[in-house]
Design a protein around this ligand. Structure first.
Ligand code: FES
Ligand SMILES: [Fe+2]
Length: 422
């Protein structure tokens, strides 16, 4: 942290854009609406960056697997944990006539059988069964294994890289972000569920941008979460800190310490009637939560009224650390103006009915907020595509968006990944 402290973070709401080495000019709209630009991103970013697939807890024991579709590259990744506990990734494609092998999104099993002609594979990738093998022509079963995808795990986060031989290691890709967030705990990671998987008619950057600035929160979410992210001392929900960290970035959002549910919000009042259970997710006593709060990169200025540490792992993965746990958002481009969005909660198992009620209320609230965002983003995308504007302007609290688009432009232009990371 010493790298960033103390000058730039001294005031209550420190400046973020210039101290992080960013320009202050307008940003071209083209990357948000241009099919040609999207093709460049497809190759230069999603074809070269390490892509976060989720948590190791999604593979809770040996012989479990998940399947992740990466439409922007036309890839269906089968990620396995084999008997030796090694996490591996493969293309989910049969070596016989290239059918898709695994058809569910997660499960348990040490072998996979293609449902077309029953070719079988072990979860370390080897082909272990070819029915009526004698009727093939010089078939070498050793060469019939699953096609591997490069895969690595950092701090329990699973990443893949779709280059045959990645130009940089995961460690180098994560760079200063990886250094700062080493040992950041992932409390209740084993108790996770998707609260949203949906397709939005908006560019992936339009979409992810909306979750990386709190400037809009009091305006767009007045009846849901607006009052928890702003108060008289911070009416525009300015961030409490923010750091560019290599290709990645993090930001601390403000939480209103005086927030109480309004009179008319009877369900919310009931849900939070026993606030000694802790923050919104009701994680009161987990040691892991304390370890999360103690981590130097989370709420790095140690301000009392923080709400969330947003970690944006380039290009498309967000981790929201909060006093109650963490959730993740993934934004997978489908086309220049459509995006698959996955929101996944990680919260403690409820100890009693009241805590469960509180958690359910929280999850419903999240769904409400997300709906408010979705409608807004689809309108924004249509308006951007109208051609009325060629640029957008960003304020200081939107520094993450600026750092993102600058990083994207760098990656699109760079001949090598190392050049993009420089
Ligand atoms: S395509 Fe998989 S067994 Fe034939
Ligand atoms: Fe929002």
């Amino acid at each position: 942290m010493t790298k960033y402290e103390p000058e730039m973070q001294k005031s209550a709401f420190p400046k973020l854009t210039e101290p992080n080495g960013l320009d202050t000019g307008p940003i071209p709209i083209e990357p948000y609406i241009s099919p040609e630009w999207f093709e460049k991103e497809r190759e230069q970013i999603f074809g070269r960056a390490w892509l976060c697939m989720g948590r190791i807890e999604q593979l809770p024991e040996p012989d479990t697997y998940i399947v992740k579709e990466i439409e922007v590259r036309g890839v269906i990744a089968l990620i396995t944990r084999d008997k030796a506990d090694k996490v591996r990734a493969f293309h989910n494609v049969c070596s016989h006539r290239a059918n898709m092998i695994v058809q569910d999104s997660a499960g348990k099993g040490s072998r996979f059988v293609c449902k077309y002609h029953n070719w079988a594979y072990r979860n370390d990738g080897d082909c272990i069964g070819v029915p009526d093998r004698a009727n093939f022509f010089n078939l070498d079963i050793k060469k019939c294994g699953l096609t591997p995808i490069v895969c690595d795990v950092w701090e329990g986060w699973i990443f893949i890289n779709l280059q045959k031989v990645p130009e940089v290691s995961l460690k180098e890709f994560l760079g200063p972000f990886g250094e700062a967030f080493t040992n950041a705990p992932a409390p209740s990671a084993e108790h996770a569920f998707n609260v949203n998987v949906s397709t939005m008619k908006a560019n992936w950057k339009t979409t992810i941008d909306a979750f990386c600035e709190s400037y809009h929160v009091p305006v767009l979410h007045p009846d849901t979460v607006g009052a928890t992210f702003a108060n008289d001392s911070n009416p525009y929900s300015r961030p409490l800190s923010g750091h560019a960290r290599g290709a990645h970035r993090t930001m601390t959002t403000f939480g209103n310490p005086d927030y109480v549910p309004p009179e008319h919000a009877l369900v919310e009042r009931l849900a939070y009637s026993n606030l000694d259970l802790g923050n919104t997710l009701g994680a009161n006593d987990a040691k892991e939560i304390q370890a999360l709060l103690d981590h130097p990169a989370i709420n790095p200025r140690r301000v009392p009224n923080w709400a969330t540490e947003i970690a944006w792992i380039f290009p498309n993965f967000l981790i929201f650390y909060s006093p109650g746990g963490f959730f993740t958002l993934e934004f997978w481009p489908l086309s220049v103006n459509s995006t698959r969005w996955v929101a996944r909660m990680h919260i403690p198992k409820a100890k009693d009915v009241r805590q469960r009620f509180q958690q359910e209320h929280h999850n419903c609230r999240m769904a409400e907020i997300f709906l408010e965002d979705v409608g807004n983003l689809e309108r924004q995308q249509r308006a951007m595509e109208s051609g009325a504007k060629t640029e957008i302007v960003l304020q200081d609290g939107e520094f993450m968006l600026r750092h993102s688009i600058e990083t994207i432009r760098k990656w699109v232009a760079a001949k090598t990944v190392r050049e993009a990371l420089a």
